[in-house]
Design a protein around this ligand. Sequence first.
Ligand code: GLY
Ligand code: MN
Ligand code: MN
Length: 437
Amino acid sequence: MENVHVARRRRLLAAMEGGVAVIPTAAAKHRNGDAEYRFRPDSDFWWLTGFHEPDAVLLLCKGRPDGEQLLFLQPRQRDQEIWTGRRLGVERAVERLGVDAAFPIGELQAQLPKLLRGAEPLYFKTGARPDLERPLLDLVATLRTRVREGNPAPERIVDPTPLLAEMRLHKDAGELATMREAAAITCDAHVAAMRATRPGVTEHAIEALVEHEFRRRGANGPAYTTIAASGANATILHYIQNDCALKAGELMLLDAGAEVACYAADVTRTWPISGRYSPPQRRVVEIVLEAQRRSIDCVRPGRCFQEAHDVAVRALVEGLLELKLLTGSVEEAIASKAFRRFYMHRTGHWLGLDVHDAGAYFVPRSTTQHRDLAPGMVVTVEPGLYFAEDDTTIPAEYRGIGVRIEDDVLVTPEGHEVLTAACPKEIAAVEALVGSG
Ligand code: GLY
Ligand code: MN
Ligand code: MN
């Protein structure tokens, strides 16, 4: 069977109109002093190679007779590897990664003039790797001054992102197996966090517990910075400070997902710290659950993703009107966007190698026409309601409540599959779990 990455590179080559694609992995990131972050490859590069080392650049040269798929990577150097860890090396890259040829990364600049001769267009994503972009653009400029010598230079520099995004949007069976694993680990971690919850436990202890479960099970770690938000912290959408103690009577919102082989899960649950939702908390949770149910029901092939958002908004607005937190009719509250005070984000996004994954949300060249869902796409469905603690225009009993419920949903030929269904969210199931560990 052909190596999946070879096949993906062939697909990209087939989609290219000609020329050469230059696709670097991510830069190693300095943290502070002599410390670096753990390396995370660029998602496009990873999707095309499955290669996890920094300092590597993939070149796809359409129609090159000596081989189309070239990889520039760090050579093996024993004195370096003692510090940085084992390297695959140039010699093994062809066999292991299925590229046609491999070269030391130090030779890239010297080889590029030859490889870019006649390349039309040059596919390169600008803005991501300024350190590589500057010399590359300088080289293109130089080549353009030499056209009289019979060296045709690239006229156009084209972003390969849309081609790759379209391919990454439709997950294959191997990707889905990995995403199921990320989902399973994430669900178990949320359950462990619910069990361990009681007043006095800290947000950082909850964060540590879920990330312990991620790492223990072999995940890279969290796919994004864990949001462990108790009480009114849950009304801050990207709260990542996670340094407060959990208080009796308040809610705990956990938005945490494992990353497995660079694929993300993205799950949110909101549970009562004392084990029982108060009546106002329960009313809010029921509204969000109903919005999520209706929204997930829209996730089907041939339906558009925007519908999942519109349906969630309608359900939330109906609930807010019942609670008398909005006035007027459903239609008026939707049209005036009055609900945005309490629901200010979208209901979901593509999920995959990136948490907010690659893929267009609109049909090509349209800014208004939403695309249809198709089997193999994975989305999140994550409605919420957030009531600021200092909002004196609403009854005191709702102030400081933040609720979001988020699942990962695969579009299947028949409808959908909730990949994170193993994580309880219904009121009775959640109340039974909290504090039981
Ligand atoms: N955790 C990021 C998001 O829910 O979109
Ligand atoms: Mn999300
Ligand atoms: Mn999330």
